[in-house]
Design a protein around this ligand. Structure first.
Ligand SMILES: *Cc1c(COP(=O)(O)O)cnc(C)c1O
Length: 451
């Protein structure tokens, strides 16, 4: 097999999403209402989510059909390519075979469109014409803007104010697709006004932006809210990545020993790894599944497993997950998409049960890996995705050390063409590592809600 790129035809695309909840030995504990601490029911969520997504959130059906209208839009860029990184292998002088699944070919430039499209679709089908959301660095805001545009829906994005000012190009992208983008904190919501009253120059945060987007969606009958990671239905939609990759590996006559994804809220890692979790749990496959996270925001490797809020204000349901504490303020590292204090409850439970593993990487090492990858494979990766690259490089070097063949698969979740200022900083020697100090972590964990 000498091909570099293993493609699938549109006919070979998955027609169902894979739901790992059908096969987990232990399901995550249910989300709890923030005020009553009782499990949340569908009626609690129906103010901001459509019923079909609420059903997917709790479903234990193994396979869930992908609607034809969603498949039609997926076909604009899916199936995405699987590539053999032969030039990277050579540069590392490793006996390991390295494959990567490239999600940067989506119009949004990342995997996030895989869930934005079905989320917009189900809302539209249930008569909702307007969505709100928050975005930090802007990848999720761009994906949801594109999805709303495909279905003729309005989209209002609360964008963290510092990003709004410092990352103008993703804002332009959202506006091209017809979204209105509001710097958060804003005067449009009670949550935003409260923050501005205390600090008119507040740079904003993801937690504040979530509070604003949820507030607007809860108040208006015609408006719902959409989240780009963490929740079960989001992860379900992302399983197209791993299912395609498995088909493509089979076409290449290969099966991975190691599967890797970078991990912020967990959606691209889970989307890649969960179809292989099926092999591991149901068919006894021997395979390592590794989530790669930043050492400055080490949720899975150093966080605590328990209930915590999803946002700073404590408005969202309590989720059972690994967390650094909802008041934890991650340093402003250059992989903005990985700066979340918590993680997906599904990823967290599987880690807790020893079915997957996690590793943490320093910011400067991931940029070194990113540049090595760019120079060998020709793609400038998103700084988030560079965590998966560096983890794959470490595993390939370990294979060399051990003198053994290994087959490594990782997902390249997005391209970095709108992240060039971060590369400039790295090349100018201005990036530093921020391993999380133990005392700051201990202090943050003291404030976890007592359940
Ligand atoms: C948002 C984002 C991530 C992190 O989110 P997950 O839900 O953990 O996948 C990773 N890579 C890219 C390119 C992103 O845009």
């Amino acid at each position: 097999m000498s091909e570099n790129k293993i493609l699938l035809t549109e006919k070979e695309m998955p027609r169902q999403w894979y739901n790992v909840m059908a096969d987990m030995p232990n399901l995550p504990k249910p989300p709890l209402h923030p005020a009553t601490q009782k499990p949340v029911g569908p009626e609690d969520l129906s103010a901001i989510f459509p019923m079909e997504l609420i059903k997917q959130e709790v479903s234990t059906e193994r396979w869930i059909d992908i609607p034809e209208e969603v498949q039609k839009i997926y076909r604009l860029w899916r199936p995405s390519p699987l590539c053999r990184a032969r030039r990277l292998e050579k540069a590392l002088d490793t006996p390991a075979k390295i494959f990567y699944k490239y999600e940067g070919v989506s119009p949004a430039g990342s995997h996030k469109l895989n869930t934005a499209v079905p989320q917009a679709y189900y809302n539209k089908k249930e008569g909702i014409n307007r969505l709100t959301t928050e975005t930090g660095a802007g990848q999720w805001g761009v994906a949801l803007s594109q999805a709303c545009n495909f279905f003729g829906m309005e989209c209002r994005v609360f964008m963290v104010k510092v990003s709004y000012e410092q990352k103008p190009y993703r804002r332009s992208m959202m506006q091209i697709f017809g979204s209105s983008v509001v710097p958060s904190p804003s005067n449009e919501t009670a949550a935003g006004r409260k923050v501005l009253a205390a600090d008119p120059d507040s740079p904003g945060s993801l937690g504040i932006a979530i509070s604003e987007a949820v507030e607007v969606a809860a108040q208006r009958e015609d408006t719902n809210y959409a989240l780009g990671s963490v929740l079960n239905h989001v992860i379900l939609h992302q399983t197209v990545i791993g299912q395609e990759a498995k088909e493509q590996m089979a076409k290449a006559g290969e099966y991975p020993n190691i599967v890797i994804g970078c991990c912020g809220g967990g959606s691209n890692f889970a989307g890649t790894a969960f179809p292989f979790v099926y092999d591991k749990l149901v068919r006894g496959a021997k395979i390592r599944l590794i989530a790669a996270e930043p050492s400055s925001c080490p949720t899975l490797t150093r966080g605590r497993f328990g209930y915590d809020f999803g946002d700073v204000a404590g408005l969202t349901p309590l989720l059972s997950m690994y967390t650094l504490g909802s008041e934890f303020m991650p340093p402003s590292i250059h992989a903005g998409g990985l700066r979340y204090h918590g993680d997906s409850p599904l990823v967290s439970q599987l880690l807790h049960d020893g079915i997957i593993e996690a590793t943490a990487l320093d910011q400067t090492s991931i940029f070194e890996g990113a540049i090595m990858f760019a120079r060998s494979e020709g793609i400038v990766p998103a700084p988030e995705s560079a965590h998966a690259i560096q983890c794959a490089i470490n595993e390939a070097l370990a294979a060399k050390e051990a003198g053994e063949a290994r087959t490594i698969l990782f997902t390249l979740s997005g391209h970095g063409l709108l992240d060039l200022p971060s590369y400039d900083k790295f090349m100018a020697g201005k990036l530093e590592d921020f391993p999380l100090p133990e005392d700051i972590l201990a202090k943050s964990l003291q404030n976890l809600p007592k359940i």
